[in-house]
Design a protein around this ligand. Structure first.
Ligand code: PLP
Length: 227
């Protein structure tokens, strides 16, 4: 069995058991394949194994695999920050943008969009200066502001835990995102719950247990597990 196949089987088992822990269905969690720095062959293998959600964190890096993988059934996610001048290059070529991190980018996205687009607000739950995103306190207002736009549809919240956080801290940050989503759902009377995009190679199990609907995994699909 290839390394990728072994990893996929291991990871999907962990996804299932994390879901089990908190009485969720595995189908509630969308595993996204982060293709950054991977070869076309590796991406192809994931496609052949049935994965359809692929993501890049940088605009330039997204355009290349998109050309190599023109399959209509691929759902492309942009998960990294977007600079204003790059919006028009990419915004009509993706299916979900996870990282609206400031109000000023919304004008540009709305202006360039040719059709409605599902987006998420990035929330900096840990308050780390190096991280992008709205503060937890700004989240509700950011959601409200987004409603003035016709094409931007906020369907969820996204966050990243600090690299050096303990398991306990990670769970605190992920639960905080879930809480912020609940507040917005309640205050705005939303019928459908907001998506929660959280969890990467090192912390997807904690994320699922805290309610993640989208986990963004790169490295772990592809590299031999360290022990
Ligand atoms: C790279 C990246 C990931 C995936 O990280 P891994 O640790 O390789 O799983 C997830 N989210 C974002 C925003 C990223 O940039």
């Amino acid at each position: 069995m290839s390394i990728i196949k072994q990893n996929v089987s291991r990871i999907m088992n962990l996804v299932a058991s994390s879901c089990n822990q908190v009485h969720r269905l595995s189908t509630e969690v969308c595993p996204i394949v982060v293709t950054k720095n991977r070869t076309a062959r590796e991406v192809q293998e994931m496609y052949d194994l049935g994965f359809r959600h692929f993501a890049e964190n940088r605009v330039e890096k997204l355009l290349e695999p998109q050309e190599q993988f023109p399959q209509e059934d691929i759902i492309w996610h942009l998960i990294g920050p977007l600079q204003k001048r790059k919006v028009k290059q990419v915004i009509n070529r993706i299916d979900l943008f996870h990282a609206i991190d400031r109000l000023s980018i919304m004008d540009e996205i709305e202006k360039r969009l040719e059709h409605p687009l599902d987006c998420m607000l990035e929330i900096n739950v840990s308050g780390e200066e190096s991280k992008h995103g709205f503060t937890p306190e700004e989240a509700l207002d950011a959601y409200r502001t987004s409603k003035q736009y016709e094409k931007i549809r906020i369907v969820g919240l996204m966050t990243m835990a600090p690299f050096d956080a303990s398991d306990e801290e990670i769970r605190f940050f992920f639960s905080r995102l879930a809480q912020i989503a609940k507040t917005i759902e309640k205050e705005e009377g939303l019928e459908a719950p907001l998506y929660l995009s959280m969890g990467m190679s090192g912390d997807f199990e904690a994320a699922i247990e805290c309610g993640a609907t989208h986990i963004r995994i790169g490295t772990s699909w592809f590299e031999r597990e360290e022990d």
